[in-house]
Design a protein around this ligand. Structure first.
Ligand code: DX5
Ligand code: ZN
Length: 324
């Protein structure tokens, strides 16, 4: 589905477990943005689901990103298997043995995947403090982990979802607050209004006779409306996939501006556009960044842009002098 801010990760926990390949294909067709994989070990939570081998088998059934949510006591011990299985992101719980948390987060990064920590409803967000700079994802649980189909904990949502953003300050664009548990058409507006990026939806997708595509559309639209009226002064959110030209510069200068964004881990593309033609015969290039980064860019990169524009002007003038 085009546009919009909120993304839905379909949890297959409550799908027909005898045919998970079909379940992920169905979720993809219905417009899910991700597949959310709930791994339970019967120890960290009082339930058992599936492991890395199942995920590896599912990998060839869909192109959608795989978000693994490990509700297991020893994520570090099994990490390589989940990486090999093709998980795009791996989130585990901050309640596991503290010694193992930082090395596990680092290993996930070394493998080039996104790393996340999750907090049970009773665990304060402050427990994430030591790992701040290592987090790409904060997953806020709004039910007790272990089972699908439980009731959304509204108080937990209000206390944590908006506040979770604080732990992603080093990743102004691309860091994700994910919300998991009891998210459906009844609760999506609240969740969106608290700024969640990814809504994990489980049991609501697998109700017999329900149209899954409609359920996903409703959750996204309601989440975006929540965001619009609670956090965005009534304006519809910027679609995630919209880009704009923050700068138009000769190629070499455009690349230097892009390097600044790169260092700040803000996505950036340098693209040939329809900018002015320079004395060397090559047009200015566009430096494109996501529309949602507009405010940050204006605050943090306007000075760099001006400096490069001045340099580019001097460079253009040098041709005139040479030509005289
Ligand atoms: C619960 C899992 C959730 C669960 C969500 O332990 O982490 O991902 O599948 O299911 P619903 O949407 O039914 O709460
Ligand atoms: Zn989950």
């Amino acid at each position: 589905m085009a546009g919009g801010r909120a993304r839905v990760a379909a949890s297959i926990l409550d799908a027909d477990l005898s045919n998970l390949g079909h379940a992920v294909r169905r979720a993809e067709r219905a417009g899910a943005d991700r597949i959310h994989l709930d791994v339970m070990d019967g120890h960290f939570v009082p339930n058992l689901t599936f492991g890395a081998r199942t995920i590896a088998s599912l990998r060839r059934h869909t192109e959608l990103p795989f978000d693994a949510h490990l509700m297991i006591s020893e994520p570090g011990r099994f990490l390589d298997e989940f990486l090999d299985a093709g998980c795009d992101s791996i989130t585990f719980h901050v309640e596991v043995d503290a010694e193992t948390i930082e090395p596990t987060l680092r290993r996930i990064h070394v493998a080039g995947r996104a790393a996340g920590l999750s907090v049970r409803p009773a665990t304060p967000l402050a427990s994430l403090e030591p790992y701040r700079s290592l987090l790409d994802i904060v997953l806020v649980m709004t039910v007790e982990p272990g089972f699908g189909g439980q009731t959304f904990m509204k108080d937990v949502a209000k206390a944590k979802i908006l506040a979770a953003r604080d732990y992603l300050g080093h990743r102004p664009i691309g860091g994700e607050v994910q919300v998991d548990g009891g998210v459906n058409r009844e609760t999506a507006e609240i969740v969106g209004g608290l700024g969640a990026d990814i809504l994990v939806v489980g049991s609501a997708l697998w109700i017999k006779g329900h149209d899954m595509a409609r359920e996903i559309r409703l959750v996204k639209v309601l989440a975006d409306e929540g965001y619009q009226y609670e956090l965005n002064e009534g304006r519809p959110p910027d679609p995630r996939d919209r880009w704009f030209a923050f700068g138009r510069l000769p190629h070499a200068f455009a690349k230097r501006l892009a390097a600044e964004f790169d260092r700040a881990r803000i996505p950036v593309i340098v693209l040939r556009g329809d900018g002015r033609i320079n004395p060397d015969g090559v047009r200015d290039y566009d430096v494109l960044i996501p529309t949602e980064a507009e405010t940050i860019a204006a605050e943090r990169f306007a000075t760099a842009r001006e400096a490069l524009e001045a340099e580019a002007d001097a460079w253009r003038r040098s041709f005139e002098i040479a030509g005289d």
